[in-house]
Write a protein that binds this ligand. Structure first.
Ligand SMILES: [Zn+2]
Ligand SMILES: [Zn+2]
Ligand SMILES: [Zn+2]
Length: 105
């Protein structure tokens, strides 16, 4: 019963998606001007879509995006940090590289 209704919902979503595409006309998903600007600039963040673009690479995490663009940040949600655009996977090492004491591990 559950799978049946889920299938129905999927079909309805697909149909509405197709309908939206048809009414919009032309290729979809390029409607956001901020995204277009970010893509063209090769480095930009779109607040409305919550997505960033760095040299063609898509980034959906703002903290990581800031790290990739040169800020020294630790992203708690991705458990990854960036120091001078270098990826650091250990928080202790990240702290050591930025200011704190040497990493214990
Ligand atoms: Zn956008
Ligand atoms: Zn992140
Ligand atoms: Zn470490």
């Amino acid at each position: 019963m559950i799978t049946q209704s889920m299938k129905l919902i999927a079909v309805v979503l697909m149909l509405t998606g197709l309908f939206a595409c048809n009414t919009a006309g032309g290729p979809s998903k390029s409607a956001c001007s901020s995204c277009e600007v970010a893509k063209k600039a090769d480095c930009g963040w779109c607040d409305s879509c919550n997505v960033g673009y760095i040299k063609g690479e898509k980034s959906t995490c703002h903290s990581c995006f800031n790290g990739k663009t040169g800020q020294d940040v630790w992203c708690d949600s991705c458990k990854v940090g960036y120091v001078h655009k270098d990826k650091v996977k250990c928080k202790g090492c990240f702290t050591a590289k930025t200011s704190g004491p040497a990493c214990a591990t």
